[in-house]
Design a protein around this ligand. Structure first.
Ligand SMILES: Cc1ncc(COP(=O)(O)O)c(C=O)c1O
Length: 376
C-alpha cells in the first residue's frame, strides 16, 4: 500500500480469519494446488454463484487464458472491448486467435452490443464481455447476438464477484466466467482467480489444460490409478495457501458487498451537488452492482489536474484503462486514434475514486470536499 495517501485506492478486507487460514494452510501441507482448501473454495463458490463447475486459478489472467485455450482455435476472431486490461487480449492471442476491438456504451462503460454486431465476420468465434467496475453488461442483448450468430461468450468477471444481472450472478451466463482474487479486488488473496462453467465437457477439458495437460484432477478424485500427459497444457492452478485466504474472503462476500454498497451509495449521495460538473456512475435497472470501482467522469481538459488535486489531499484517485486499440500492441493490429470514439472519450475523462469496505463516512465526506475544491 502507498503510505503517502491518507485514503488509498484499495484496501483488502482482511482480518484474523485470513491470517489464521494462511498459517493453518502452511502447517497442514505443501501449499500445492487442488488440496482441501482449493476444493472447499470451489464448492463454496459453486454454491454461491449457482454454477456447476469452478476451477481455482493462479490469477484472473490465468482464468482468461484457460477459457481461450479451451474455446478458441487458430485464426478465430474474438470481439472484445478495447476499454479493458491487457490480459483479455493476451489470452486471445496466446490461443492463436485475433482480438477485434469494439466500442463501449457511454453510460455504462461496458461493451456496446450494437457495435459488436457490426464487427462480426465469418471468422468470429466468440464475444468477450467485461463487466466493468462490477456493473453488468446488457447480457440479454449479448446472448441474443451470440445465439443469432452461433458465437461463444466469455465473461470477464474479474470485477464482478457479488454483482448481478436481473438477479443472476455475473460470470455465470456465458459459456465461461473468469474471476480475479487480485489484491485490489473485492475478494482478494493477493493473486488468484477462478474459472466457471456449467458445461461438463468444457470443465473436463479445462481441468486438463490447467494441470499441465495431465489428467491429474481425475486422479486426485480417485477416478484413476495414475495420471499422465494427455494434451498440451499449462500450469494454472492456485496454491492451496492462497485458496485458504480466498475461502475466508468468499465467506465474507455478503458482508464485503453490503459494506461496499453502503459506501458507494453514500459517496454517490455526497457527490450529487457536483452533478452539473461531473458524470456520476449510474446503476441500470437490470444491474445490481458490487461497487468494485467508483468511476466518475470530468471534462477531458481538467481530468489530470483533478487527479493531481485529489492526490494533493492524500486521496489516491486514478485514471483507468488506456484503450488497448491505441496501445503499442493495438497499433500493431492496425488500429489508430479515432477508431473507437466512445472508448477514447471515457478513457480520457474517467477518474477512479477510492472505495473499499472499511472506508469511513468521515473519509467519504473529506473526499467529496476535496473533489469539489479540485474541480475549481
Ligand atoms: C477486466 C480485467 N480482467 C482481468 C484482469 C486480470 O486479473 P488478475 O490481475 O487476477 O490476473 C484484470 C486485472 O485487474 C481486469 O481488470
Amino acid at each position: 500500500m502507498n503510505t503517502k495517501f491518507i485514503i488509498p485506492l484499495h484496501k483488502p478486507f482482511w482480518g484474523k480469519e485470513e491470517e489464521k487460514a494462511a498459517v493453518l494452510a502452511i502447517r497442514s501441507g505443501t501449499g500445492v494446488g487442488d488440496l482441501s482448501y482449493s476444493q472447499l473454495l470451489a464448492q463454496h463458490l459453486s454454491d454461491i454463484l449457482g454454477c456447476k463447475f469452478v476451477l481455482p486459478t493462479g490469477s484472473g489472467t490465468a482464468a482468461l487464458e484457460l477459457a481461450c485455450a479451451c474455446l478458441l482455435r487458430k485464426g478465430d476472431e474474438v470481439i472484445l472491448p478495447s476499454f479493458t486490461f491487457s490480459s483479455c487480449a493476451n489470452a486471445i492471442l496466446l490461443a492463436g486467435a485475433k482480438p477485434v476491438f469494439c466500442d463501449i456504451d457511454i453510460n455504462t462503460y461496458n461493451i456496446d452490443p450494437s457495435d459488436v454486431e457490426k464487427r462480426i465476420t465469418q471468422k468470429t468465434r466468440a464475444i468477450m464481455v467485461v463487466h466493468y467496475a462490477g456493473f453488468a453488461c446488457e447480457m440479454n442483448k449479448v446472448m441474443d447476438i451470440a445465439q443469432k450468430y452461433r458465437l461463444l461468450v466469455i465473461e470477464d468477471a474479474a470485477h464482478a464477484l457479488g454483482a448481478k444481472y436481473q438477479g443472476q450472478s455475473l460470470g455465470t451466463m456465458g459459456n465461461v466466467g473468469c474471476f480475479s482474487f487480485h489484491g485490489t479486488k473485492n475478494v482478494a488473496s493477493g493473486e488468484g482467480g477462478f474459472f466457471t462453467t456449467n458445461d461438463k465437457s468444457l470443465s473436463k477439458l479445462a481441468e486438463i489444460i490447467r494441470e499441465k495437460g495431465t489428467n491429474r484432477s481425475s486422479f486426485m478424485r480417485g477416478e484413476r490409478k495414475k495420471y499422465s500427459w494427455v494434451k498440451v497444457g499449462r500450469s494454472l492452478v492456485l496454491s492451496d495457501i492462497l485458496a485458504a485466504i480466498a475461502l475466508e474472503q468468499v465467506k465474507k462476500l455478503e458482508k464485503i458487498t453490503r459494506l461496499r454498497k453502503r459506501k458507494g451509495k453514500y459517496l454517490l449521495k455526497k457527490l450529487q451537488i457536483l452533478s452539473s460538473k461531473i458524470i456520476l456512475p449510474t446503476e441500470k435497472e437490470y444491474c445490481d452492482t458490487n461497487w468494485h470501482i467508483f468511476a466518475i467522469r470530468v471534462p477531458r481538459l481538467s481530468r489530470d489536474r483533478v487527479i493531481r488535486g485529489l492526490r494533493s489531499y492524500g486521496i489516491e484517485a486514478s485514471f483507468h484503462y488506456l484503450p488497448l486499440h491505441t496501445s503499442t500492441m493495438g497499433r500493431k493490429f492496425g488500429y489508430k486514434t479515432g477508431d473507437l470514439p466512445v472508448t477514447e472519450e471515457v478513457s480520457a475523462t474517467l477518474i477512479r475514486l477510492p472505495i473499499y469496505p472499511s472506508l469511513k463516512k468521515s473519509e467519504i465526506d473529506y473526499m467529496a470536499a476535496a473533489l469539489e475544491k479540485s474541480l475549481l
